[in-house]
Design a protein around this ligand. Sequence first.
Ligand SMILES: Cc1ncc(COP(=O)(O)O)c(C=O)c1O
Length: 356
Amino acid sequence: MSQFWSGVVHQLTPYVPGEQPMQDGLIKLNTNENPYSPSPKVIEALKAEAAGSLRLYPDPNSTKLKTAIAHYHGLAVNQVFVGNGSDEVLAHVFQALLKHNKPLLFPDITYSFYPVYCGLYNIDFERMPLDRRFEINIHDYDKPNGGIIFPNPNAPTSIPLALSKIEALLQKNRHSVVVIDEAYVDFGTESAVSLIEDYPNLLVTQTFSKARSLAGLRVGYALGHADLIEALIRVKDSFNSYPIDRFAEAGAIAAMQDTHYFEETCEKVIETREALVKQLAAFKFRVMPSGANFLFVKHNTYAGDYLFKKLRDHGIIVRHFSQPERIVPYLRITVGTVAQSERLLIALRDIFEEAQ
Ligand SMILES: Cc1ncc(COP(=O)(O)O)c(C=O)c1O
């Protein structure tokens, strides 16, 4: 607290990201990073960039990167917006498109950054409870609103929502922006990008942090009607002209173009996930159906915080949330390599044996 703070700073409750441990040798299954390195072509592009023109500012419009993204998704360049991670893209979305007189709607259990942006930009919001099975019921959103946002698959539940349901939601909700946050979509969830041409109020956000193994590079993007994108550009150009540095642009372009590597790593993560689902179920975990690179699980005997601490003692970090109340018994576990899954299962077996 300080007398020098602006009024808004006193009111903020900042987002708390998962731990990035300083200690070596831990198995990190807590922030949904990809266990595989980025494409070798990304590394080549970064090296070439380092030898290039770092003394010069980057392209403020990131035109080459937007072109690569537009090409991949079959859209026009003016339907793409890029930012410093999808978190920054989302921040601009909240300010540019979701701040209206009626409340913004999002699930009660969802990405915990959403209420933080609402606090930062003073946006009124309403949390819509997930159903008993932790699923989004689209009919709950059929009410006056200043916008709707949720991740698909949802986080931290990992549960995907069918494209037909998203389309049904869009048909009912034509007068405010619907944002689908597709941070994890490439791990087996249907993307809403195909609906963009038909719904000018649909905005889809994606990231290079997960399926393209580039969390450290900080690049995310939004796709939608050119009018929505223009709003984001106006906010961005009133905030930071150069959010995408030269390395980020070069690396992200190479990642976008190496479709083969991207598909191969996604496939490996999905295979490991499916094996892990079965193994955890055999250990008496209830596992939510996942369309993501993480699992949301609850043990039928041991509490979430107990297992979280015990796994940490065994050198494995997973994520445990102390609120909202309904998810306290759960753990969110990122899908790692096959070897990391084996270490996780050995640790769990040891923990259960010690507890007996
Ligand atoms: C649902 C969701 N959306 C967006 C993000 C932000 O990702 P990034 O800023 O790395 O693109 C995350 C990060 O974990 C997430 O879980």
